[in-house]
Write a protein that binds this ligand. Structure first.
Ligand SMILES: Nc1ncnc2c1ncn2[C@@H]1O[C@H](COP(=O)(O)OP(=O)(O)OP(=O)(O)O)[C@@H](O)[C@H]1O
Ligand SMILES: [Mg+2]
Length: 163
């Protein structure tokens, strides 16, 4: 299983999915989020933090101006948003890489701006608009750690579909 698409019907469902995925992650996990404005990346991240660092979940907002917010908890979450950084900005000089293989989960909005700084072992989540409040979230894995997570996730989801 190298790719899985989930349809979310509401912001709550997207948060629940974030929370479900959080339980499969561990320190050093890297989530590269892609997709246009309002696709649900921050909404998903709120659910992710609810699963990994529950006491901080209410704090999750778009870190557009801060570039990075950290949420302490049992598994800390480092939440990046590179929307404001254009192609000319040298993200490498900002020194964020030190967080990428550290004690927490990294979740990155507008991750395509990282280009060659993207870790090789990562999950990529693409958020696409569907009708109304529906969003298609396509998860793909590159690297052995993320492939294991995607495998577990797809097993859980196929069981869920039977309920
Ligand atoms: N199924 C859904 N999943 C997620 N959000 C949804 C859904 N349906 C409607 N929405 C709405 O879409 C918006 C998603 O906003 P959010 O800030 O999460 O997007 P984003 O991808 O982070 O955008 P940006 O690129 O501007 O940071 C919210 O207003 C949310 O209520
Ligand atoms: Mg956002």
């Amino acid at each position: 299983m190298s790719r899985l698409t989930i349809i979310s019907h509401s912001p709550e469902e997207t948060e629940q999915f974030g929370c479900q995925l959080a339980r499969l992650l561990s320190p050093g996990s890297f989530l590269a989020l892609r997709g246009g404005l309002g696709g649900g990346k921050t909404c998903f991240t709120r659910g992710l933090v609810a699963g990994a660092a529950p006491d901080s979940a209410h704090l999750v907002a778009s870190p557009t101006f801060a570039i990075m917010n950290s949420y302490p908890g049992p598994t800390p979450v480092y939440h990046f948003d590179f929307y404001r950084l254009g192609g000319d900005d040298d993200i490498a000089e900002l020194g964020f890489e030190e967080f990428f293989d550290a004690d927490g989960i990294c979740v990155v909005e507008w991750s395509e701006r990282l280009r060659e700084l993207l870790p090789t072992d990562r999950l990529t989540l693409e958020f696409d608009y569907r009708e109304g409040d529906q969003r298609a979230i396509t998860i793909s894995a590159s690297g052995p750690g993320s492939a294991r997570v995607l495998d577990q996730l797809s097993k859980q989801r196929s069981k869920q579909d039977f309920l």
